[in-house]
Write a protein that binds this ligand. Structure first.
Ligand code: NDP
Length: 453
């Protein structure tokens, strides 16, 4: 790491204390783009990196609501508008008790480069709340969403900032949020993506992140003349990204033997099939139950509670060819990465955002593993959100096949640009550097063109 990058990273830590995830994300990108800054003094002169790490705007607000018992509850809401150099702010909303400013800043920062990689005109943003939808009634979720949107509405718009879903924000929440926005503004616009198919949503948006992550893994395997056929895969998570990662792996002939939620994980050595996946979708999306119930239904499966005090997660200690972390940040420790390598994993495709710790990434990169960072591998979700925005603007609705084929092509393009950028800056085959550099260049050039703003 050069002195300049070292100083910059230290400055970020001092200025943004108690935000370790944000520090981690900035450090990774800053290290990757160091050689680009050496080659292009104009970026340093214009303080592009210094500006890119500073959010254009941070909005933080009170979200009061009334629960089913008639008691008043208070949560905190956020929207980080990180960078609008190449388009309106775009990025999901996360509702989870762990949400805080630092986590959302890391997610918004990652989103800037991810959105740039999609080839679509979208800036980066992220938002959410420490509200936990788990265990809440539909009416409580609705009242919370209405209160949250009552404040957020004044900051967003189809040409300003277009939020979407993330952890804890799926079709139900997007519906309530959209309804309240429409009511407040008296306009029906594409202000959110991930909408229902009957009211402006795009086909394949629900599937896009998971499908995209598998398409990306398939592209990586192709560089070694391999396919997903008959490959054993470990998936973590059981939400939106995990479910459609499993679905696409099955369609491409792979075998999935694990998935999880925040309480524990399922190991099904026989592998999932269509019927088991349907059971999982109903369990999580409709009954809103826990994955533990899967092992009660299918005798081939075992359930193991997660022990967060351990230095590793046994989910990552099964023999497999591919791993698809699709739950949350920092879920693969150094020990987990070593277990995966020792068990012969060939590909790791990050469906979640930053699920691998820096120690884990180093272990993958020092081995023969093809490792795809989230900002490249999970960009399919926001890419189809971008396609949803285009369809909304044109007041058109494309077919499932059309959107899926555009998604597939975008994932191939992202794969290609990561490899090309890595090659150009002498880190051939390094998808982390490739994604950071390719994502950075487009935003940096736009910022140069637009002057000091
Ligand atoms: P969901 O809320 O649909 O699912 C999240 C899953 O991860 C659930 O199974 C949840 O378990 C589990 N999980 C959440 N937090 C933790 C935790 N702290 N420890 C262990 N497990 C946890 O979210 P998504 O599937 O949408 O998101 C998953 C990841 O993918 C996130 O990192 C998100 O940022 C990323 N992502 C999502 C995109 C999208 O389009 N949805 C786009 C790009 C990235 P439980 O049920 O117990 O909460």
């Amino acid at each position: 790491m050069s002195d300049y990058i070292q100083e910059l990273v230290e400055g970020v830590k001092a200025k943004n204390p108690a935000e370790p995830e944000f520090h981690q994300a900035v450090e990774e990108v800053a290290e990757s783009v160091g050689p680009v800054l050496d080659k292009h003094p104009e970026y340093r002169q214009s303080k592009i990196l210094e500006r890119i790490i500073e959010p254009e705007r941070v909005i933080m607000f009170r979200v009061p609501w009334v629960d089913d018992q008639g008691d008043v509850q208070v949560n905190r809401g956020f929207r980080i508008e990180m960078n609008s150099a190449i388009g309106p702010y775009k990025g999901g909303l996360r509702f989870h008790p762990s949400v805080n400013l630092g986590i959302l800043k890391f997610l918004a920062f990652e989103q800037v480069f991810k959105n740039s990689l999609t080839t679509l005109p979208m800036g980066g943003g992220k938002g959410g709340s420490d509200f936990d939808p788990k265990g809440k009634s539909d009416n409580e979720v609705m009242r919370f969403c209405q209160s949250f949107m009552t404040e957020l509405a004044r900051h967003i718009g189809p040409d300003t900032d277009v939020p979407a879903g993330d952890i804890g924000v799926g079709g139900r929440e997007i519906g309530y949020l959209f309804g309240q926005y429409k009511r407040l503004r008296n306009e029906f616009t594409g202000v959110l993506t991930g909408k229902g198919l009957d009211w402006g949503g795009s086909k394949i948006r629900t599937e896009a992140t998971g499908y995209g992550s598998v398409y990306f893994a398939a592209e990586m395997l192709k560089t070694r003349d391999l396919t997903l056929e008959d490959k054993t895969c470990l998936v973590s998570g059981a939400g939106n990204v995990a479910q459609f990662t499993i679905e696409k792996i099955l369609q491409l002939g792979g075998k999935v033997i694990t998935f999880s939620d925040s309480n524990g994980y399922i190991h099904d050595p026989e592998g999932l099939n269509e019927e088991k996946l349907e059971y999982l979708k109903t369990l999580k999306n409709i009954r809103r139950g826990r994955v533990k119930e899967y092992a009660e239904k299918y005798s081939s499966a075992t359930y193991t509670p997660l022990d967060y005090d351990k230095d590793h997660n046994p989910l990552w200690d099964h023999k497999a060819d591919c791993a698809f972390p699709s739950a949350t940040q920092n879920e693969i420790s150094g020990k987990d990465a070593q277990n995966l390598v020792d068990n012969g994993v060939k590909v790791v495709s990050e469906g979640a955002n930053m699920p691998t710790t820096p120690e884990g990434i180093e272990i993958f990169q020092n081995s023969d593993v093809l490792f795809a960072p989230g900002k490249a591998a999970n960009a399919g979700g926001v890419a189809v959100s971008g396609l949803e925005m285009s369809q909304n603007s044109m007041r058109l609705s494309w077919s499932r096949d059309e959107v899926d084929s555009r998604l597939h092509n975008i994932m191939k393009e992202i794969h290609k640009s990561c490899l090309q950028a890595a090659e150009k800056y002498s880190t051939a085959g390094n998808y982390v550097d490739g994604a950071n550099i390719a994502g950075f260049l487009k935003v940096a050039d736009a910022m140069l063109d637009q002057g000091v703003v």
